[in-house]
Design a protein around this ligand. Structure first.
Ligand code: NAD
Length: 354
């Protein structure tokens, strides 16, 4: 099975190389039969080819068994007409990767507040407030006059229904609770539609308890009592913001894995950005992309009923835990002495140990 590897910008190439060290070892130990196809995107391909996302890369993604996507310096991209395409958004929309799955679990033993965290966010990934990708033609953000800017949000029954379904399915193999995050006290129509679809799906899962929480209260409750939450389902932007909060609470932004999953394809992508402030220094924490890749293997295992992939995913997850447990095998962001490459070597070294 072929995995497309897109290193991206900033710390992307460093954490992608580290991730491939771990995946390469898992490939050998568990005999996964994976191969890698490398393609350049982002600022490198903008310079060489005039676009941050060449067409052939989209074609390669469609044909791949899975994709590993490094972070992108999208803030530095020129407008789309001058080649600045956000590959992350483009892949999500064009390949219909509608579920952004972002777990947060306290891996260092304690979270930021010293409270345990064990939750997973199911974030709708294809519409909502993201005006650069929520219209069929044209953008949802525009300026009717030079002193007025407008942004439109799109909410559809289809997208709410399918993300709610994935969340309830996930809850069935967890603590059987779904929290739907909304702002229906203000957005009575659009968030009202989201809640209507979530409630409909909930009737098909009588064993799962549904709780509804307004997004601003949610930001506080997450800090106050993180273990109250098991599976969280949210529209695009609420999910994006809350997942950074949850990840930080669980020990750090560099720790949370994340996948963008559709019915046909899955893209592993770290939760954090391209960290230009530390790019090229060899000190970035690669754990988020490593864990995202383990989630990709898990997704592929379910799709292809492949036990070895599932076993490899669990082993990588456990290896990251084992390496993080000791302060002397952590990266600089967690107060440890290891560089990006050394951390990856330590994780790879744990695979196949027992
Ligand atoms: P960021 O996540 O890149 O960085 C925030 C802070 O966290 C920085 O101090 C950074 O050094 C640190 N950090 C992030 N990842 C780390 C890691 N793995 N190890 C150690 N420290 C880490 O967010 P930002 O600074 O707001 O954005 C930088 C760029 O990334 C922007 O161009 C933005 O558009 C882009 N971005 C991309 C994605 C993506 O590709 N998915 C997501 C968010 C932001």
């Amino acid at each position: 099975m072929r995995i497309l590897v897109l290193p991206g910008d900033g710390i992307g190439p460093e954490i992608t190389a580290a991730t491939l060290t771990v995946l390469g070892r898992a490939n050998d130990v568990f005999r996964l039969g994976l191969s890698w196809q490398h393609e350049e995107i982002g600022l490198v391909s903008l310079k060489k080819e005039g676009t941050t996302l060449p067409l052939r890369v989209m074609e390669a993604a469609r044909a791949a068994a899975g994709v590993i996507l490094g972070p992108l310096s999208t803030y530095e991209y020129p407008p789309r007409e001058r080649g600045g395409i956000n590959a992350s958004g483009e892949l999500r929309i064009k390949l219909d990767l509608y579920a952004n799955v972002r777990p947060a679990r306290s891996r260092l033993g304690v979270g930021l507040t010293g409270k345990p965290v064990d939750l997973v966010i199911y974030r709708e990934n294809t519409e909502g407030f993201y005006a650069d990708r929520n219209m069929y033609l044209g953008g949802g953000e525009f300026m009717p006059t030079e002193d007025m800017a407008l942004s439109l949000r799109r909410v559809t029954t289809r997208c709410c229904e399918r993300i709610a379904r994935r969340a309830f399915e996930a809850a069935m193999s967890r603590r059987k609770k779904v929290t739907a995050v909304h702002k229906a006290n203000v957005f009575k129509i659009s968030d009202g539609l989201f809640l209507r679809e979530v409630r409909k799906v909930a009737t098909e899962f009588p064993q799962v308890r549904l709780e509804e929480v307004i997004v601003d209260a949610m930001a506080a409750l997450l800090l106050r009592d993180p273990m109250r939450f098991d599976v969280i389902v949210a529209e695009n932007m609420y999910g994006d913001i809350l997942s950074d909060e949850a990840s930080e609470l669980s020990g750090g932004l560099g720790l949370g894995g994340s996948i963008n999953a559709g019915d046909e394809l899955c893209v592993a992508q770290a939760q954090h950005g391209s960290a230009p402030d530390i790019a090229g220094k060899g000190i970035a924490n690669p754990a988020s992309l490593i864990l995202s890749s383990a989630m990709l293997l898990e997704w592929m295992a379910a799709r292809h009923s492949a036990g070895a992939l599932a076993q490899a995913a669990r082993a990588i997850d456990a290896a990251v835990d084992a390496v993080l447990r000791s302060p002397v095998t952590r990266t600089a962001d967690l107060g440890g002495p290891l560089g990006t490459r050394e951390f990856a070597d330590a994780v790879a070294g744990k695979l196949g140990e027992e």
